[in-house]
Design a protein around this ligand. Structure first.
Ligand SMILES: N[C@@H](CCC(=O)N[C@@H](CS)C(=O)NCC(=O)O)C(=O)O
Length: 212
């Protein structure tokens, strides 16, 4: 069965899916669309994904979009007994809520930080707004900082899907030039990031990528 990921590899949501596929050892092809590659406004792409965003997964004649839904589908379909998405209902709900919390509490301020520091020309940066966004992002990181002092990964002792949405952004967080702006020390998150860097799939798809 042919498996295709549609999306540029510089997108955090595409990165989640690539990393997840790597963890599950599932082969795939990737086609560059989105960002400067465009092609997400075509009838063909909108037919697969009406949001016009990336990523989109195709497996044979099955199509799916929304990065977290794709990660859950991949586990359910191809690794139903994997610890990545535990079967026990409460353990699974714990993983799901941390995946969702990345989207709902963290994504907005972190996007502002990333776009402001990395993708905005120097003379157009609003440094006060950026400092506020760094503060708001650190507040969201602070939800997981104490957890990572108690156990190795976000959901508990094991690496799970909960680590993927946050882990993609940890690489960006620790590798941007903050231009003298203040940000708090997050020692448990730093140690967790170092642990993620030991994982081959993280190295291939996330930590070896330039923050651009
Ligand atoms: N909730 C969606 C968000 C997808 C999304 O916002 N993707 C961004 C890239 S991270 C995008 O498509 N931006 C426009 C583009 O790349 O052309 C998901 O998790 O898949």
């Amino acid at each position: 069965m042919q498996r295709i990921v549609w999306g540029r590899k510089t997108s955090s949501n595409v990165m989640k899916v690539l990393w997840g596929l790597g963890e599950l050892d599932l082969p795939f092809e990737r086609i560059d669309v989105g960002g400067s590659f465009g092609k997400t406004d075509t009838a063909e792409y909108r037919g697969m994904n009406p949001t016009g965003l990336v990523p989109t997964l195709q497996e044979g004649d099955f199509t799916l979009w929304e990065s977290n839904a794709i990660l859950r589908y991949l586990c359910h379909a191809h690794a139903p007994n994997s610890p990545l998405w535990p079967r026990e209902p409460q353990a699974r709900a714990n993983v799901d809520r941390w995946m969702d919390a990345q989207q709902t509490t963290f994504n907005r301020p972190m996007s502002q930080v990333f776009w402001g520091l990395v993708r905005t020309p120097a003379d157009q940066r609003d440094m006060a707004a950026l400092q506020q966004a760094i503060h708001d992002t650190a507040k969201a990181w602070s939800f997981i900082e104490p957890r990572l002092g108690r156990h190795a990964f976000i959901a508990g002792a094991d690496f799970t899907l909960a680590d993927i949405p946050w882990g993609v952004h940890a690489h960006r967080w620790f590798n941007m030039d903050y231009l003298g702006l203040e940000r708090p020390d997050l020692p448990n998150i730093r140690a967790w990031y170092d642990r993620l860097c030991e994982r081959p799939a993280y190295r291939t798809h996330i930590s070896s990528q330039a923050v651009v």
